[in-house]
Design a protein around this ligand. Structure first.
Ligand code: SF4
Ligand code: ZN
Length: 305
């Protein structure tokens, strides 16, 4: 197998694109494609101040690296969730994020939930009103809130996350299985800004996980190899396993599924379910917009700690 661009021995085969690339050309191809997606979906420009949500894992660090190489004005945000799981998951992830930022003289902001709130995400899940909230549900609320807060209050114009095609296809498939119309309509490479709500973008949404993984390895980026201990058995991961089986039988099926969805959306197949916009109220405690009167979901989480 030879690199399509230069003919030397290929380092990676990308059957879904009918493409094979050597290391040097993969390291060019990922930023070129990312730039193409940024422009195609009108994500941001070089005038924007971008905040990249970094978990210490491969996708978010690869995204930050690519945006840095493309000359975008991008800082990082790490949210310490206080997850240990016997492997010091959060501490190790933070070390990877710090090491990455320091090596490139990039600015990494850290929001430390245990230090600032006196409770970790697993503890918060245990103490939730029902006492049986999965850590992922609590974690999602906390991460979304902090990302929005740090973006809007620190002068950034957009928040970028490292979601890849495997993530997007799994979420879409999961929502389709139960016809969750609200979530299906909402899924997009770009969520536009609203008053008090930052613009959210996913520049890696068309890359397979193995493509971003290969990029991270070939760039020599040190990342946290272990998955979060709470990821085991979560629904999205189960769906990913099933989609991987389909992909093994038919390379490209995930990409076709996701791109066909985006095309159908563009063609007007999916319409918002309600014409009345949801009223947002400022949370009296944190000031962030909330669908509830009174404290927002994030602030409510901490009321009973
Ligand atoms: Fe949070 Fe769950 Fe992801 Fe762990 S797997 S980081 S708990 S959402
Ligand atoms: Zn609040």
């Amino acid at each position: 197998m030879r690199c399509r661009k230069c003919g030397v021995k290929a380092a990676i085969n990308l059957p879904e694109h009918r493409l094979a690339l050597c290391k040097a050309h993969l390291l060019d191809w990922i930023p070129e494609q990312t730039e193409r997606f940024i422009q195609k979906y009108d994500m941001f420009t070089h005038e924007d101040r971008i905040l990249v949500a970094v978990s210490g894992g491969k996708d978010s660090l690869a995204l930050w690296d690519v945006l840095w190489r493309l000359g975008y004005n991008a800082d990082g945000l790490y949210i310490n969730l206080g997850i240990d799981g016997g492997v010091e998951y959060s501490a190790r992830s933070l070390r990877c994020a710090r090491q990455f930022a320091d090596a490139r003289s990039l600015n990494l902001m850290v929001s430390d939930i245990p230090a600032e709130r006196g409770v970790t995400i697993p503890e918060l899940a245990m103490r939730s009103v029902r006492g049986k909230e999965r850590p992922c549900a609590v974690c999602g609320i906390v991460k979304r809130h902090i990302m929005n807060q740090m973006t809007t209050e620190s002068g950034y114009t957009v928040i970028a996350t490292g979601h890849n095609l495997d993530d997007e296809a799994a979420v879409l498939f999961g929502n389709t299985l139960v016809w969750d119309g609200e979530q299906i309509v909402r899924q997009s490479p770009v969520l536009p800004a609203k008053p008090g709500m930052a613009r959210k973008v996913k520049p890696f949404c068309r890359f397979y996980e193995r493509e971003t993984a290969a990029y991270t390895l070939m760039r020599g980026i040190e990342y946290e190899y272990d998955e979060c201990p709470h990821a085991l058995g979560n629904r999205t991961n189960e769906i990913k396993t099933q989609l991987n089986q389909m992909e093994a039988n038919k390379p490209g099926v995930k990409l076709t599924f996701y791109l066909s969805f985006l095309q159908a959306k563009e063609n007007g197949l999916f319409q918002p379910q309600s014409t009345t916009a949801v009223d947002l109220h400022p949370c009296p405690t944190c000031g962030q917009p909330s669908v509830h009167e009174g404290n927002c979901t994030f602030c409510r989480l901490f009321e009973n700690k």
